[in-house]
Design a protein around this ligand. Structure first.
Ligand code: EPU
Length: 340
């Protein structure tokens, strides 16, 4: 185990903000992970598992314990069974390289989730989703290390309890498991899902009514590039808040004041577009205050414009929450994991 000290977390997160990790170690294997966890337990210090660092904001005081950079690699394609191929990927694999590989091999299931920053291991935690698809739709099982017993435990799809940007792994009981590997069930004879507005518009504009699998990946990459900043160039963690889920009654009330509000059915309730609220109710799109701003093409995306501190980013986010609450009574909940 190679232990580093006082490592800048701004260098390990796409927000490019936050303090330092007291200790930092990279896990290349399950055994590495066991060693690292045993060390943290022996020293009685907290630990935090970091994937691609694209959905987390550390406070300026950093993390007082051990940050574990997940780097377990390896991708394996199983034999096809009943039309489905189990594809296993290490938690430390780069998400979009993995997705690109599945699409290049002709497997359907992950194409709408193209170009999402981050690692494979983070996908089940918050059940990443985009353009009408969620990772949980195609996850078959998740391997984890139980940090109390140091045994590997496998979670079936059902045990993962996936829902909108949520899973068992985000619950208090899920906190003791570290995801090491994820198995996806993909199909080589699937069909594309182009029902999401932006994707549909993309193909309509190009008069393509039967896009191929790889066309959908290209479309999603083009749409994301247009709407979202590139985390390689700009400090951001994508959508800062979740889209709030409210009752049908609440949306009717809201429509009285904001007849154009954008919302989508979500079970018996509705999911309101937080981006729309922040843009049209809050006036935040493209608004900048000091070193922090809301992205010019997507108000839900907070951008670290130039060397912002975590406190500046959090103050900006709190301001957004306050204004939306005052104007609509809706509480925006962070989607980004805030570690203070
Ligand atoms: N909108 C505005 N102004 C804005 C932003 C959005 O009017 O500034 C409107 C759009 O015109 C559109 C609607 O709001 O009608 C929805 O916008 P968009 O399609 O961009 O999707 P979203 O609901 O804001 C969610 C995810 C994104 C994901 C997209 C596409 C959440 C919190 N965010 O955003 O995920 O890429 O859908 O599926 O669910 C992320 O999680 O980091 C992320 C980027």
């Amino acid at each position: 185990m190679h232990l580093e000290e006082n490592i800048s977390l701004a260098h390990h997160t796409t927000f490019r903000a936050g303090g330092r990790a007291r200790f930092f170690a990279v896990a290349e294997s399950e055994d590495d992970l066991r060693d690292i966890i045993s060390y943290a337990r022996k020293k009685n210090i907290p630990f935090f598992v970091l994937g691609g660092g694209s959905n987390v904001l550390f406070g300026d005081r950093g993390f007082p314990g051990l940050v574990i950079k997940m780097n377990i690699r390896g991708i394996a394609y199983g034999k096809e069974k009943g039309g489905i191929t189990a594809v296993s990927a290490g938690a430390g694999e780069h998400w979009d390289n993995f997705v690109g590989g599945t699409v290049a091999r002709g497997f359907y299931g992950l194409e709408n989730l193209s170009f999402i920053p981050g690692s494979v291991g983070a996908a089940p935690v918050q059940n990443i989703g985009a353009y009408g698809a969620e990772a949980g739709d195609v996850i078959v099982e998740v391997s984890t290390l139980n940090t109390e017993t140091l045994e590997i435990e496998i979670f079936s799809k059902e045990a993962c309890m996936f829902s909108y940007r949520d899973s068992f792994f985000k619950s208090p009981a899920g906190g003791k498991y570290i995801i090491t590997r994820v198995v996806f069930g993909l199909s080589s004879k699937g069909s594309v899902n182009i029902s999401y507005r932006d994707v549909k518009d993309y193909f309509e504009e190009r008069r393509n009514d039967s896009p191929a699998l790889s066309d959908v990946r290209d479309a999603v990459i083009a749409i994301r590039t247009r709407k979202l900043p590139d985390v390689r160039e700009v400090g951001t963690a994508g959508s800062f808040f979740k889209n709030p889920v409210v009752s049908v009654y609440d949306i009717e009330k809201l429509k009285e004041k904001h007849p154009d509000v954008k919302f989508f059915p979500h079970g018996d309730a509705v999911k309101i577009s937080a981006g729309w609220l922040l843009d049209h109710v809050g006036g935040f799109r493209g608004y900048r205050e000091g070193n922090v701003g809301a992205y010019k093409n997507q108000a839900l995306v907070i951008v670290n414009e130039s060397g912002a501190s975590a406190s500046e980013i959090l103050a900006f986010a709190e301001r957004m929450q306050k204004i939306i609450y005052e104007k609509t009574g809706i509480t925006l909940e962070p989607e980004v994991k805030i570690v203070e």
